[in-house]
Write a protein that binds this ligand. Structure first.
Ligand SMILES: [Zn+2]
Length: 366
């Protein structure tokens, strides 16, 4: 059975091949410093394909050897392993041309930063292509899965990985992997349905995917992959490497935020709300027992259709938006500063607070 330890070994090999390429890339940029933008671009156009090929070859040899070892540990019988294919010269040159504008803006570091992701992907893709080709040619017909390397991955990779173990030749449509991704294509020769790769739980991954899709559908939105991925990040703010600074449901009209009535919530205000009013927060009034996503949904509900909008007793530029959900009253404080009102804070006010008194007397009059 393929284990987490084996996957980690493969990831380690691929990461070291990519690290070698990135180190050479930095050396190359050092040598460009005295050159004009035209000269620097030409050096990169000729040198980068060679650099990528050299380290791609290392990644391929590592992956081929890994495959041979993993296979020998699980099945007997001879198999002629093979190497994957490197990115073409044209692909690498396209990456140079796409980012060379930075050289002419006097920002070679920005070009280096952009190229790092491409070079990491080119080299790691050669390793993944090696595994893919071996799986496709293997007469023992191993199953395969795309497996994120660590406890965290990006939401996109989790969506791909949630497909679980598959049969047949891996069809890795281009664009399966993104820069700085070290997810791996992993073979499994064991025919039983058990899975020994610790931390890889495709059912739980798929559950998060469908839960996000269902949320959107319940809101009357036709869910596409982009919206679903965005909602997965909202629902699990700490799980993904590409989480949102502010939930999309507090910023984007496609996720139900009323952008015609309120400004998008800013990172500073969202951090304030969580620090002060999330469970365990420093304020007196906290959203006890609620997740960040549930808090965001309350704020969105109050933004879309508040039951009352009342002026603050003290600050004339603050309007409080009230909503009552499951017998709990929540308030969202917004500041009017010429443009659309901006969310400042949100919490469930306690019974003694003047904010609650204002709500009670409004209800009374009504
Ligand atoms: Zn990944």
């Amino acid at each position: 059975m393929t284990t987490r330890a084996a996957v980690d070994l493969l990831v380690g090999h691929q990461d070291s091949a990519a690290a070698g390429a990135l180190s050479d890339l930095e050396d190359l940029f050092e040598r460009l410093q005295s050159l004009s933008p035209d000269e620097a671009r030409d050096v990169l156009l000729s040198a980068l394909p060679v650099l990528v090929e050299e380290h791609g070859n290392v990644a391929a040899v590592y992956a081929e050897q890994w495959y041979a070892d993993a296979r020998a540990a699980q099945v007997s019988g001879r198999f002629q392993t093979r190497l994957g294919q490197n990115a073409s010269r044209e692909q690498v040159q396209r990456a140079v041309r796409r980012t060379a504008g930075h050289l002419y803006e006097g920002a070679p570091d920005a070009m280096l930063a952009a190229l790092r992701g491409s070079v990491q992907k080119f080299v790691t893709d050669t390793g993944r292509d090696t595994i893919r080709r071996n799986i496709a040619a293997d007469p023992e017909r191993p199953r395969w899965a795309i497996i994120p390397s660590g406890s965290k991955s990006c939401a996109f990779c989790e969506m791909i990985a949630s497909r679980g173990w598959m049969e047949g030749a891996p069809n890795l449509e281009s664009g399966s992997f993104h820069p700085d991704c070290n997810c791996q294509v992993v073979p499994e020769w064991d025919k039983s349905r058990r899975n020994r790769i610790a931390g890889y739980d495709p059912d739980a991954m798929y559950g998060r995917y469908t839960a996000a899709r269902d949320e959107l559908a319940a809101e009357g939105t036709t869910p596409d992959a982009k919206l679903i991925l965005s909602r997965m990040r909202d629902m699990h703010p700490d799980r993904y490497t590409d989480g949102h600074a502010v939930p999309a449901i507090l910023r984007e009209d496609v996720h139900g935020w009323p952008t015609d009535k309120l400004q998008p919530v800013t990172p500073g205000r969202w951090r304030h709300i969580l620090k002060r009013h999330a469970p365990g927060g420093t304020a007196h009034d906290t959203f006890e027992g609620m997740t960040e996503y549930e808090i965001a949904k309350v704020i969105r509900a109050a933004a879309i259709s508040p039951e009352a909008v009342l002026p603050h007793a003290v600050f004339s530029d603050i309007e409080n938006r009230y909503i009552e959900l499951d017998d709990v009253v929540y308030v969202v404080g917004t500041k009017v500063d010429g443009k659309l009102p901006q969310v400042r804070t949100a919490f469930p006010p306690n019974d003694e607070s003047p904010i609650m008194e204002a709500w009670q007397s409004w209800k009374h009059e009504k």
